[in-house]
Design a protein around this ligand. Sequence first.
Ligand SMILES: Cc1cc2nc3c(=O)[nH]c(=O)nc-3n(C[C@H](O)[C@H](O)[C@H](O)COP(=O)(O)OP(=O)(O)OC[C@H]3O[C@@H](n4cnc5c(N)ncnc54)[C@H](O)[C@@H]3O)c2cc1C
Length: 325
Amino acid sequence: MIYKELIIIGGGPIGIACGLEAKKKDIDYLIIEKGTIVNSLFNYPMNMQFFSSSEKLEIDNIPFISKEAKPKRNEALEYYRRIVTSNDLCINLFEKVVSTEKKENGSFVVTTEKEIYSCKYVIVSTGFYDMPNTMGIKGENLPKVAHYYKDPHFYSMQKLAVIGASNSAVDAALECYRKGADVTMIVRGPEIGRRVKYWVKPDIENRIAEGSIRAFFNTTLKEVKEDSLVLDTPEGEKTIKNDFVLALTGYKPNFGFLEKIGVKLSDDGKFYPQYNEDTMETNQSNLYLAGVICGGMDTHLWFIENSRVHAKIILESIAKKEKNK
Ligand SMILES: Cc1cc2nc3c(=O)[nH]c(=O)nc-3n(C[C@H](O)[C@H](O)[C@H](O)COP(=O)(O)OP(=O)(O)OC[C@H]3O[C@@H](n4cnc5c(N)ncnc54)[C@H](O)[C@@H]3O)c2cc1C
């Protein structure tokens, strides 16, 4: 068993920020990441542009220079990768944490697919991007249905249905339309999402108004078939021809993982994890949460911009405990 003072689960922007802070405070830490560095960002759409300007994505005041005010995915990968390598951060990649258990003496045993660790403090910064919200309908598991969107070229000359009306759905619909896909949006509510980027919203609304992109509002997808979709529309059931479905219906944190470690979740259907806002410590002492995982089902509550401060808050709390011991 390997001993570390602090184990940080998840090497996203916020896990990395925690690692930097731990290094500054001379705490013996290890970041354990199940994929590559900032794995969620790596899996974002190829041409994705952040809604935040680059200085709002900076961690530890390390300058983030991008060509345009709002950086692209590739620039963010470069930025966070350089932070890890230039600061020689302690990070194990492609090592998934499978369980975390608290022992009677207060220490934690963190088990990964490769190793068993013992530590005094744990920070869980595992984000939400690994678990898509599923629709629970017949045909959802057909290979033509995807919950992640990568590249518009794939959908060229195909009948593509985009489910959802958030930023991800709108970006995918516009990009695919411009690369020659025949795009239909299927939207549960009456309009395009109110949180869609203000500079993109007129574009999608105008494409829908002129009929370049078809949209069904107040409509849910009822069934996915090999070459068609069954829709529940305000005018009744409709069947439309279809080749591919992008179900961009959002993502959620791994609540099972949190519950197994003993973190209390709210029972109002939002699954907000319980933690002290002044320290980010959960109901389990010495177990902290950082980053977007803190929002439960409200995945829009936290993002890099407003959760990067978690690193300083947590490491202050840990340093204080160490000083007072
Ligand atoms: C399309 C899109 C655009 C966005 N644009 C912006 C923006 O412009 N500005 C902004 O501030 N935010 C934006 N966000 C949100 C932002 O990307 C997230 O807030 C950010 O990734 C959160 O960082 P995090 O470190 O909390 O989580 P993540 O980046 O998701 O990192 C969590 C990490 O934990 C790892 N992990 C998970 N489970 C395990 C395990 N069991 N063992 C080991 N590792 C594990 C994952 O692989 C992942 O690398 C956007 C999100 C999306 C989806």
